[in-house]
Design a protein around this ligand. Structure first.
Ligand code: SAM
Length: 273
């Protein structure tokens, strides 16, 4: 049987729901592998209940669908077979008690209040409560660009998501390690328009390192290594200085020259930054 697309389930839901037009395409990409599986799905933000029906019809009857809302009125949807918990998503204690009751989950969609604080607490309290390869999906992250959802400083939710990229990349050998839950448990971060997705590991991730197989080498030259040698020669003066015992002024001077060199090299690409 061909299952309906999410947009069809959205339009066919018996109760009202509000989503952003571009979400359906993103969700088709992200959620296909979760359909018709015995998974636990949580959505923050129930309102008129329409999305609960959309998710149940899209994911299939084997999915356990849980709704969270600040409004006790959301409890009415329990009669339709949904599990409903009432609480404030910006309260860490609410999440701790919730996960103690429901156990680990596979999917979390945050369509709640959309402030940076609510999004941040939701993500942080859920990081260690996901099954392997589970997804934490934060909707409406365009609020990071809206003054009435936060302070518009570097503490927006999007800023947090960007720093998660830095923490993930610090798993690579030689990069200064940024010890954090994100470094240990976030496998990847995906940015869609107005949506950020964290793919999680249920156990600590190891630092990465280069590996090579035992295949035959055919004598190919790594052009990058040749170019690096030439550039070292070009910077011969710096090389000589480096060989000498350096004082801190020399260090400062060499760094300055290097930074200026990189600046002028990259200046022509400035429109990308
Ligand atoms: C955008 S609506 C949810 C829409 C619904 N998911 C849909 O697709 O139709 C946001 C909901 O989040 C709830 N909410 C707002 N702040 C919250 C908070 N701090 N904790 C939990 N729920 C909250 C509101 O009561 C409201 O029902």
């Amino acid at each position: 049987m061909t299952r309906k697309k999410l947009i069809e389930e959205f339009e066919g839901s018996p109760f009202h729901s509000i989503k952003v037009s571009t979400y359906f395409d993103a969700y088709e990409q992200l959620l296909d592998r979760f359909r018709d599986q015995r998974i636990t799905f949580v959505e923050v933000g129930v309102l008129n209940g329409g999305s609960l029906f959309m998710w149940r019809n899209f994911l299939g009857n084997d999915a356990r669908i849980i709704g969270i809302d600040l409004s006790p009125e959301a409890k009415r949807w329990e009669k339709q077979g949904f599990e409903i918990y009432i609480g404030d998503q910006s309260d860490p204690q609410f999440w701790r008690e919730l996960y103690a009751k429901i156990g680990r989950i596979d999917l979390l969609v945050d369509d709640g209040g959309h402030t940076y604080e609510q999004q941040l607490v939701t993500v942080n309290e859920s990081f260690r409560n996901m099954n392997d390869l589970g997804l934490i999906i934060i909707e409406d992250t365009h609020t990071s660009y809206m003054k009435n959802f936060g302070s518009m400083t570097k503490f927006t939710f999007i800023d947090f998501a960007k720093t998660t990229v830095d923490k993930i990349n610090s798993r690579y050998q030689g990069i200064p390690s940024q010890e954090s839950t994100e470094k240990k448990f976030v496998k990847s971060v995906q940015f869609f328009e107005s949506i950020v997705v964290f793919q999680m590991s249920n156990s600590p991730l190891e630092d990465s390192f280069r590996v090579q197989n035992l295949g035959e080498k055919v004598g190919a030259v790594d052009v990058r290594a040749v170019l690096e040698t030439r550039s070292t020669a070009k910077n011969g003066v710096i090389g000589v200085i480096k060989l000498l015992k350096l004082n801190s002024f020399m260090h400062f001077f060499i760094n300055l020259i290097n930074n200026l060199r990189v600046f002028f090299q990259m200046y022509k690409y400035r429109k990308y930054f």
